[in-house]
Ligand binder design. Structure first.
Ligand code: ZN
Length: 179
């Protein structure tokens, strides 16, 4: 049984290696690993346990890198793996359908997955505010903010501190863009 500290550091390293060639979509093109570190920081600060923090670090590996569920299971065990799979979209589906399913399935996720999902949306909205993709106009940003809001509305079991932070970031957008 590995220690909590070791599990988290190994997850951070695994994510850094898997995402090493990826950048965020925004103008600043930050290293992708910055995003998963931010999500992990948010869930750790909200008091979630080490399996949830490790899963936060790994939450985009299966969806966005050459990582299988079996790879994760071998390295991190079934609890972390099932959390990551709860957060993995089926990329064979059209984007609109994937978004619809994120909204529909949000309320049925585990508490840990709800926390990570809320933190993921906080991180994404912060990125759009501070470094939006160059080709996104105000309407595109607003659509993403409204989609994120619809998802987080279904995550009522996420910690209150994360839900409050999400609301604050969402509010900043409403303040910036005329509606
Ligand atoms: Zn993410």
């Amino acid at each position: 049984m590995q220690s909590d500290m070791l599990k988290i550091i190994r997850a951070a390293q695994f994510a850094a290696v898997k995402h090493s060639a990826q950048r965020r979509k925004g103008e600043a093109a930050e290293p992708y690993v910055n995003h998963v570190l931010e999500v992990a920081h948010l869930v750790a600060e909200a008091g979630l346990d080490s399996d949830v923090v490790a899963a936060a670090l790994l939450h985009d590996t299966v969806e966005d890198t050459e990582t299988s569920a079996a790879d994760l299971e071998a390295e991190f065990g079934p609890v972390v793996t099932s959390l990551v799979l709860e957060l993995t979209d089926d990329k064979s589906l059209p984007k609109a359908e994937r978004k619809r399913l994120q909204v529909e399935r949000a309320p049925h996720k585990s508490v840990g997955a709800q926390a990570i999902k809320t933190a993921d949306k906080i991180s994404n909205l912060r990125s759009i505010l501070s470094s939006p993709p160059a080709d996104w106009d105000e309407q595109r940003k607003r659509e993403y903010f409204d989609f994120a809001h619809a998802v987080v509305s279904g995550l009522s079991q996420a910690p209150e501190s994360l839900r409050t932070e999400f609301a604050a970031v969402y509010q900043r957008f409403s303040g910036i863009v005329q509606r």
